[in-house]
Design a protein around this ligand. Structure first.
Ligand SMILES: Cc1cc2nc3c(=O)[nH]c(=O)nc-3n(C[C@H](O)[C@H](O)[C@H](O)COP(=O)(O)OP(=O)(O)OC[C@H]3O[C@@H](n4cnc5c(N)ncnc54)[C@H](O)[C@@H]3O)c2cc1C
Length: 467
């Protein structure tokens, strides 16, 4: 009899981590995955492949444009794109194997197949051999993630009109690449192909890159990417896309009055992601969704059916792997009876361009909208000894703190390694630290983290040392 205390549908970072936590808490646990590998979007077609390729592209770019400054030159620098893609494939396969091993070690029963609800305690799993297995459960956690959004006039064909999935597995480097949507995914993938030599144009409907970021970050990032050779169209709406022989023609309209036509080898549609609930047959048990298709949950991440929870991209909010993971842990512990909460304000966001962008807490715009008076400490990376010695001088660290209490309200960073540095900001805010607290601790020298100390001094109203 296939009976489990908890069944998780989807093995992305939300699903597989909640499965492990459920098992650690003593639940008989199963996980169901529709694809032929575990790990979800993040591992197979998201975070890991994009970051792997970004690393490779950065090495190539530096070898071509920066190494000579260090006295390192090459006779004949070559890029083996096949090897770059094969490396990515092997890395994904290895991590996937690691997840399978974790299931085995934690006595989690894995099922490969598509899950659909029969009733509120039964799932049917249709596997690749068209066999159906019935699974009974006390609790279920839906972690089925999201998929790329399409435009009504432009369906993703995987050849000329690509989603992030296909562009991460191309077998050639496009000479001209258009990216529709300057969000995090569009910017990272645009930056990747730009470093590999493509002529990249990003078309964005909004006036700026990534509206949710603190404005200073999006402005600085845009300027750096422009210097790298990426072209931008802002306030521009794509109205049609045509495939003409081996090219793609994009018809767009800037500021509602300037027609723009672009011809490129292929284009990436990165206009957002939609919840993935196809096949689940949620209507069989009456699980409610909002008007955008995201599953509705209460603050305990419980759906309107008491024993069924939902986490990660499928419920919306920040579409980030670590947000899905955090929710996976929370739900597992809720089912066990622990009382936990997630502070969504303290979930950091990162963009893995070069330089990296990372932020946590409130932006200036948000603080203004909330009528909170704040102080700013902003320190440029280029004033650090570490920056000068490494040659990585772009960016700044900006701290926003409460004018009255000095409590840190937001930290916004652009610069080398800020994807790791942001955790200091998260910890500080989690502990309700003041900018004074951050300026008083000792920072190792020479490190990029010293910019946090200097920005903290400035936020406190003191003078920085190195300006
Ligand atoms: C190109 C790209 C880069 C990204 N980079 C980052 C990054 O650097 N950092 C970051 O934090 N986030 C990143 N993300 C976002 C991140 O991948 C997602 O937020 C995260 O994967 C969401 O996790 P999840 O567990 O909710 O769902 P997913 O990872 O989407 O996993 C859902 C799984 O459920 C399975 N499934 C769906 N329906 C069924 C069914 N009926 N039966 C069985 N299985 C089913 C799917 O096959 C899938 O494997 C990136 C995304 C993309 C596309």
């Amino acid at each position: 009899m296939n009976f489990y205390d908890v069944v998780i549908i989807g093995s992305g970072p939300g699903g597989y981590i909640s499965a492990i936590r459920c098992s650690q808490l003593g639940f008989k646990t199963a996980i169901i995955e529709k694809y032929n590998q575990f790990g979800g979007t993040c591992l197979n077609v998201g975070c890991i492949p994009s970051k792997t390729l970004l690393y490779s592209a950065e090495f190539y770019h530096k070898a071509k444009n920066m190494f000579f400054k260090h006295g390192i030159t090459f006779e004949n620098l070559l890029l083996d794109f096949n090897q770059l893609m094969n490396r990515k494939k092997n890395i994904i396969n290895n991590i996937c194997k690691g997840i399978k091993y974790l299931f085995f070690k934690n006595k989690i029963t894995p099922y490969l197949g598509t899950a659909s609800f029969k009733d509120k305690n039964t799932l049917l799993v249709l596997n690749n051999e068209s066999k159906i297995e019935k699974i009974n459960f006390t609790y279920a956690i839906i972690a089925t993630g999201s998929k790329p959004m399409e435009l009504p006039f432009a369906k993703i064909d995987g050849k000329k009109i690509l989603s992030s999935t296909e562009i991460l597995s191309l077998n050639y480097i496009p000479k001209k690449l258009a990216i529709i949507g300057g969000g995090v995914i569009g910017i990272e993938l645009g930056s990747l192909y730009n470093k590999l030599g493509s002529d990249v144009t990003i078309i964005e409907y909004e006036k700026t890159l990534i509206k949710k970021l603190d404005f200073s970050l999006s402005k600085e990032l845009k300027n750096i990417l422009k210097k790298d050779g990426i072209k931008f169209y802002f306030s521009t709406k794509v109205e049609n896309i045509e495939i003409i022989k081996s090219n793609v023609k994009i018809y767009a309209n800037k500021n509602k009055n300037e027609k723009i036509n672009l011809i490129c080898d292929c284009c990436l549609l990165s206009i957002g992601r939609i919840p993935y609930t196809k096949n689940l047959e949620l209507e069989n048990i009456g699980i409610k969704k909002n008007n955008k298709g995201f599953i509705l949950v209460n603050k305990n991440l419980q759906t309107n059916i008491e024993n069924i929870y939902a986490i990660g991209d499928v419920i919306g909010g920040l579409m980030l792997a670590h947000k899905a993971e955090k929710e996976g842990i929370l739900v597992s512990e809720k089912i066990y009876g622990l009382k936990k909460k997630i502070n969504y304000n303290l979930i950091p966001s990162v963009i893995y361009t070069n330089p990296e962008v990372a932020s946590v807490g409130k932006s200036e715009k948000e603080l203004k909208n909330m009528n909170i008076n704040y102080k700013i400490g902003k320190f440029p990376i280029k004033a650090l000894g570490r920056a000068i010695s490494s040659g990585e001088i772009n960016g700044f660290i900006k701290i926003l703190s409460n004018e009255l209490t000095d409590e840190i309200l937001g930290i916004h960073m652009i610069g080398p390694r800020v994807s790791d540095l942001i955790i200091e900001a998260v910890l500080a805010m989690e502990l309700k630290a003041s900018s004074d607290d951050l300026s008083l601790i000792t920072y190792a020298h020479p490190t990029f983290s010293e910019a946090v100390k200097e920005a903290a001094l400035m936020a406190k109203g003191k003078k920085p040392i190195h300006l």
